[in-house]
Design a binder for this molecule. Structure first.
Ligand SMILES: *[C@@H]1O[C@H](CO)[C@@H](O)[C@H](O)[C@H]1NC(C)=O
Ligand SMILES: *[C@@H]1O[C@H](CO)[C@@H](O)[C@H](O)[C@H]1NC(C)=O
Length: 321
């Protein structure tokens, strides 16, 4: 499904009536399992980072997660450390990659090569996520049918009104996430930086430092298992910001305070910042890869009121759309 290596990107599809449909062949759970098993990394390039990688203690994801394959802590070799602050855990493992240590705790957590190619990893993420199956009736084209084929969404976010066209279900989350972090094209970071991995990792570190200066997250807020569980909650809160239904797991809806499209809590910039900041703590190449994906796939247009994709944007990656 992917190239020789692929690092699952940092975002999840959480729109529509998502349920771990364990008994069905074409269910999300099964596809997530495939996603996980296909997340190969090239041995040569990753050797340096692949010391002390964690792995699952069983073949399949923990079915108790609030979204398929999004929290495998109970069945992970380093699962005990999921419930401690990430800064404390990583301080005990200097020089190790957190995406290796916590490999596959969530489907997007997989170590990347020691010499990353962020443009390629972004393309891998784009191609994988666009074709994740969407529950029937969710209102998004699935599989992806092309540019400008999905519903137009209007976000009310942090006092601003921004539109996008959701050509795949994950667009709502990823578009607003990229915008919120300032990672979209047109928000100041150039694609030339993405092409230079050293420079891009440095830019990511700077972004991470800015986030922590702004939000001053405390250790108790930075627990890996909470981060994994909150991803689906962010998805529901993104749906709220777009006044879209979010028929997720009931625990997710409760945590997101989502009762209806008119009685729910929209996602905040702080939610997105914290989601990204954990990636910073797990290693700047991981936050850099997240940022590259967000930059390569979308841009801010029309004076900051519309998010576009591919040929809408100054830079469009070499993939069909
Ligand atoms: C990551 O975990 C998966 C699932 O247990 C495992 O198959 C894979 O080998 C692990 N990756 C590394 C680099 O150890
Ligand atoms: C990449 O960025 C680094 C750090 O900014 C710089 O020193 C280096 O010259 C750049 N490499 C290329 C090929 O532009």
């Amino acid at each position: 499904m992917f190239g020789t290596w692929f690092r699952a990107v940092a975002v999840a599809v959480v729109v529509g009536p998502l349920r771990p449909c364990l008994a069905e062949d074409d269910c999300l759970e099964c596809d997530m399992k495939m996603l996980q098993l296909d997340a190969k990394v090239s041995d040569r390039a990753t050797k340096k980072l692949l010391s002390n990688c964690g792995h699952l203690t069983q073949e399949t994801c923990d079915p108790h997660a609030n979204y398929p394959c999004s929290n495998n802590c109970p069945v992970h070799t380093h699962g005990h450390d999921c419930y401690r602050p990430v800064p404390e855990v990583m301080a005990e493992h200097p020089g190790e990659d957190g995406y290796c240590y916590f490999n596959q705790t969530g489907f997007w957590v997989a170590p990347m090569p020691a010499e990353p190619d962020f443009l390629q990893s972004a393309i891998g993420g784009i191609l994988t996520l666009r074709d994740l199956p969407v529950p029937k009736g969710a209102g998004y084209p699935s599989p992806y049918r092309g540019l400008h084929t999905g519903p137009v969404l209007t976000f009310h976010f942090e006092g601003k009104v921004i539109t996008t066209q959701a050509d795949a279900a994950h667009y709502s989350y990823d578009d607003l996430y990229g915008y919120s972090l300032g990672y979209l094209q047109g928000q100041g970071l150039s694609i030339d930086l993405v092409r230079n991995s050293t420079a891009w990792i440095a830019a990511s570190k700077q972004k991470c430092d800015e986030i922590q200066q702004t939000y001053n997250f405390q250790n108790h807020e930075l627990v890996l298992a909470d981060w994994l569980d909150y991803n689906a909650v962010i998805g529901a809160k993104v749906s709220c910001a777009a006044k879209q239904p979010a028929a997720a797991d009931s625990a997710v809806l409760e945590k997101a305070k989502f009762k209806s499209v008119d009685d729910c809590e929209p996602v905040t910039a702080r939610d997105f910042a914290k989601h990204h900041y954990i990636k910073c703590l797990l290693g700047y190449p991981n936050s850099a890869s997240d940022g590259a994906y967000l930059n390569v796939r979308a841009c801010l247009l029309d004076g900051g009121t519309r998010i576009g994709h591919f040929s809408d944007c100054p830079f469009s990656p070499d993939v069909s759309f």
